[in-house]
Each structure stands twice: as structure tokens, then as C-alpha cells.
Design a protein around this ligand. Structure first.
Ligand SMILES: CC(C)(COP(=O)(O)OP(=O)(O)OC[C@H]1O[C@@H](n2cnc3c(N)ncnc32)[C@H](O)[C@@H]1OP(=O)(O)O)[C@@H](O)C(=O)NCCC(=O)NCCS
Length: 122
């Protein structure tokens, strides 16, 4: 399941969840959202994830996304408002920070390298 939000020339990937992991679902959904965003005229696809989500960070970076922002301690501050946010995330890593990743949809990614990993249709 994937959900995304279009706002001007940007698309936020809000949710990406593969109910069966490591079978290509996450990649297929990411490609579908990137294509939908490109067809809607978006210039940028972006998302926020946490410092513990190594599976997602692996997927996103290997599929052409770049890390563009880090908010150190963001999860700690959210936890003050929502104490149910766990202290520890995946792989027993302390859940502390938020990370923003992006993919530019004009054929380039941050730093000017070609976005070869996600093949977008014309
Ligand atoms: C992050 C997430 C969406 C990835 O989904 P996924 O369906 O497992 O992703 P994929 O199968 O496309 O790719 C994952 C890896 O499995 C590999 N893989 C795909 N099919 C495979 C298969 N049949 N056998 C073995 N490995 C396989 C892929 O090659 C990829 O590895 P690579 O990066 O080395 O190429 C999934 O882990 C998830 O739902 N996590 C929980 C929710 C979450 O954190 N979402 C992100 C929020 S920001």
C-alpha cells in the first residue's frame, strides 16, 4: 500500500507498506508513485522517515533517492507530545531523528547524478 500527496510541483510519499517483504512490492510501489507524480507535473518526490528505518533507507537510496535533510532529535520531541512513540526502533536502534529523502523527477537527483534506478515511462 502506498499513499502520496500532491502539492504544487511536489509529491510527498506519505505511506509505503509492503505486507510481504523482499518480493519487489516496495520497489513497484515506489516506481508507481514516481510515475504518477511525474504525470501530475511534479518536479520532486520526497518523504520523511526515521533514523531506525534501515530497510526503507536501503530501498530508497538504492532506487535513486538522496538524503537531503536531517532533523536531529525530532522523534524525541514528538515523543514528549505522544509518549506512546517507542524509544527503540528497528534493529534495536534508538529512535531519535527524522530524515528527508528526495528524487528529482526531471531525470536528475540531488547532486546532478542521473536517476537511473527508477525507470519512469515517457
Ligand atoms: C520499506 C519497505 C516498504 C520495502 O518493501 P519491500 O517490498 O520489502 O521492498 P523490495 O522487495 O522492493 O526491495 C527490498 C529488497 O528486497 C530485495 N528483494 C526483492 N525481491 C526479492 C526476492 N524475491 N528475494 C529476495 N530479495 C528480494 C530487493 O532486491 C531489495 O534489496 P536491494 O535493495 O538489495 O535490491 C518494507 O520493508 C516495509 O513495508 N517496511 C515497513 C513500513 C515502512 O517502514 N515503510 C517506509 C516508511 S518511510
Amino acid at each position: 500500500m502506498a499513499s502520496y500527496r500532491l502539492a504544487g510541483d511536489e509529491c510527498e510519499l506519505v505511506l509505503l507498506e509492503a505486507f510481504e517483504r523482499r518480493r519487489g512490492t516496495g520497489t513497484a510501489l515506489l516506481e508507481a508513485v514516481a510515475l504518477a507524480a511525474q504525470e501530475a507535473g511534479c518536479r520532486r518526490l520526497w518523504l520523511v522517515t526515521s533514523n531506525t528505518n534501515l530497510d526503507a533507507l536501503r530501498l530508497y537510496q538504492r532506487r535513486g533517492m538522496h538524503l537531503v535533510r536531517v532533523w536531529p532529535g525530532a522523534m524525541d520531541r514528538f515523543r514528549e507530545l505522544k509518549p506512546e512513540i517507542p524509544l527503540v526502533g528497528d534493529y534495536d536502534i534508538p529512535l531519535r531523528d527524522e530524515l528527508e529523502l528526495e528524487m528529482l523527477l526531471d531525470g536528475t537527483i540531488a547532486g546532478g547524478e542521473p536517476a537511473a534506478a527508477v525507470q519512469l515511462q515517457e
